[in-house]
Design a protein around this ligand. Structure first.
Ligand code: NDP
Length: 273
């Protein structure tokens, strides 16, 4: 059984490490590797080639998630609503798209003690990850999602997806944080090599959860500031592993074994520093 993760760039991906560890622990004679289309090769042609080679399916990461959804013959409702797929399954009667990023996000939040009925959730960002987060939160039962983005018009477009979503311009972030049960950084701010995320967490209630999708570095300034204020912090690695669990189940036909892949990922991230 063979599967892969496809993106560009792809060498940084931790998915091969996670899936290979699960395959070995489960005793499955399988293979999961990181692949990228050759320069000039169309994404669709590359994917059809992998299907012909007999892979069971693939995970998809930046920048191909919208293209993956577009090429699929059919898709789950959550992938269609998110406008992006991170999982393509090569079924006999066609390519099926799904999006497990939202499941990973919810697993990370729930692991931090958050519940969908806790109150409004703030999503920082309006790109693909923010859109997936909004869809997952609404599906989970959150009644108010506050979308805050640098480009206010992108926040407004995203908020139009659901009646429970409201858009805020970045200068009004304090207003969005007031009374929120959780805040999720779905921007690239705070990632190694990107600008800092400057956010005053003081308007948040004392029992709020602060989640950062960024996992390089793992302990972002945002998470450190949250812990310093006594808030609960959830990191992006928990989300990454959370999205890999349902992917493995579909790609290899059984749930992953219960081994601690987080330590493996932490060691790999530390080796990159
Ligand atoms: P996109 O490129 O689609 O969106 C980027 C977002 O960041 C936009 O909202 C953009 O705002 C904002 N942004 C970028 N630069 C700045 C800046 N200088 N100032 C203010 N805002 C800025 O990326 P994705 O949505 O795909 O990914 C976002 C993050 O989520 C990445 O860090 C990614 O690694 C992470 N991620 C983590 C996952 C995990 O499993 N942990 C899964 C998926 C994503 P604007 O609209 O104004 O340009």
């Amino acid at each position: 059984m063979r599967a892969a993760v496809v993106g560009r760039p792809i060498s940084h991906s931790l998915s091969p490490l996670i899936h290979s560890a699960w395959l070995a622990a489960a005793g499955i004679a399988g293979d999961y590797r990181a692949l990228t289309p050759e320069d000039g090769q169309a994404f669709d042609a590359f994917i059809y080639g992998l299907r012909r080679e007999g892979l069971t399916g693939i995970n998809v990461t930046l920048p191909f998630k919208p293209a993956a959804l577009a090429l699929a013959d059919r898709s789950s409702a959550r992938a269609a609503k998110a406008g992006a797929a991170n999982l393509l399954v090569f079924a006999e009667d066609g390519i099926v798209a799904d999006n497990t990023d939202g499941a990973g996000l919810l697993a990370a939040l729930e692991g931090a003690g958050w519940g969908a009925l806790s109150g409004p959730v703030v999503v920082l960002g309006a790109g693909g990850a923010a859109r997936g987060a909004l869809v997952a939160l609404i599906e989970a039962g959150v009644t108010e999602v506050r979308v805050v983005n640098r480009s206010a018009e992108r926040a407004e477009v995203l908020a139009e997806l659901d009646a429970g979503a409201r858009a805020f311009a970045w200068p009004n972030v304090a207003e969005a944080l007031r009374g929120a049960a959780a805040v999720i950084n779905a921007t690239s701010l705070g990632m190694t090599g990107q600008p800092r995320l400057e956010l005053d967490l003081s308007p948040l209630p004392g029992d709020a959860v602060v989640m950062d999708m960024v996992y390089q570095p793992l302990e972002t300034e945002l998470l450190a500031a949250a812990r310093a204020r006594g808030l609960t912090a959830a990191d992006g690695l928990t989300m990454l592993i959370g999205q890999a669990i349902p992917s493995f189940e579909v790609l290899f036909g059984r749930p992953p074994p219960e081994i601690d892949v987080r330590d493996l990922c932490l060691a790999a991230l530390a080796a990159r520093r």
